[in-house]
Write a protein that binds this ligand. Structure first.
Ligand code: FMN
Length: 309
């Protein structure tokens, strides 16, 4: 049996549900892994103008995870079009650009330009960036999320994915805002705010003091958020957060994710993405499931099972 792995996200057809997550994967992987066997790649987030990012150190290892405070460092739209696209356009799989901005007009401008680029097949809107009014992140505010996604929707007919932040009280409210504003899918989740301390210098390990936690440490939280959101929105959910192997990916799919993204695992094992694809195939064969879509959201969560009476 050759199981069907194809999934649809908006207008995008992915030959399998495994994508490389934004900011964790790029050209440097081309000799280490067969990138064209992935479902899609999400490029690192770009802004309209170059951003210098946060002061070093920007990375710290933590138990079962890592903290990063890259701070959206990037060379801006022009460099992306001139340089980064050179490699991305050689790929035979969908290329998803990732955008961030300080206000709606910046997001809109980026989406408008990227929509004209031949090999940009979809746009992921990174809402985990500071709100223009300096009050937390856009993705922490349902109204700001609505405004930004509405603006991007007006600027592009490409498949648009809203990447949400876990640093919220009610993820359903934000996911719903993104859906109502016209997002074709949501990615759950970006990193979780955290920090680490060097007790000898009595100072924070990261130059920015706080950073985003990723890796296996955040997987239970990401899974819970996918599970909580699955019935609240109709658009597909792309699961991310601590997916290290195929078993983790299957957990997300059972909880309702139609596709998944692999981030931190790429740093540990450059072949993580392709090994996950192979593992998913074997799981489907073993369980006699002909089509991955039939597995999505099939978690057997009977209320009351395991309850102490
Ligand atoms: C070093 C690093 C850089 C990242 N850069 C971005 C980025 O530019 N844009 C974005 O949306 N997410 C970025 N992320 C978040 C990841 O795409 C992903 O959502 C998150 O790390 C959770 O998945 P993981 O535990 O598999 O890494 C970054 C993560 C890491 C570790």
């Amino acid at each position: 049996m050759k199981p069907g792995l194809e999934v649809k996200i908006g207008k995008l057809r992915l030959k399998n549900p495994v994508m490389a997550a934004s900011g964790t994967f790029g050209e440097e992987y081309k000799d280490l892994v067969d990138i064209n066997s992935l479902g899609a790649v999400v490029a690192k987030t770009i802004t309209l103008k170059p951003y210098s990012g946060n002061p070093p150190p920007r990375l710290a290892e933590t138990p079962s995870g890592m903290l990063n405070s890259i701070g959206l460092e990037n060379k801006g739209l022009d460099d992306f079009l001139k340089n980064k696209m050179k490699f991305l356009k050689t790929l035979k799989i969908p290329v998803i650009a990732s955008i961030a901005g300080e206000d709606e007009s910046e997001f809109k401008e980026l989406a408008k330009h990227l929509s004209k680029v031949k090999r940009v097949d979809a746009i992921e809107v990174n809402l985990s960036c500071p709100n223009i009014k300096g009050r937390g992140m856009i993705a922490q505010d349902a109204k700001a999320t609505y405004r930004v996604i509405t603006a991007v929707r007006k600027a592009t007919s490409l498949t648009m994915i809203a990447k949400l932040s876990p640093n919220v009280t009610d993820i359903n409210q934000i996911a719903k805002s993104a859906e109502v504003a016209g997002a074709d899918a949501v990615t759950l989740i970006n990193t979780i705010l955290g920090m680490a301390v060097d007790i000898d210098t009595k100072s924070p390990v990261l130059g920015n003091v706080t950073g985003g936690l990723s890796g296996p440490a955040i997987r239970p939280i990401a899974l819970r958020m996918v599970w909580e959101t699955r019935n609240k929105i109709k658009i597909p959910i792309i699961g991310a957060g601590g997916i290290m192997d195929y078993k983790d990916a299957i957990e997300f799919i059972l909880c309702g994710a139609k596709a998944i993204q692999v981030g931190t695992a790429n740093f540990v094992n450059p072949k993580a993405t392709t090994e996950i694809i192979d593992g998913i195939k074997r799981y489907l064969v073993r369980n006699k499931i002909r089509d991955i879509n039939r597995l999505v959201g099939t978690l057997n969560a009977t209320p009351g099972v395991g309850k102490v009476i």
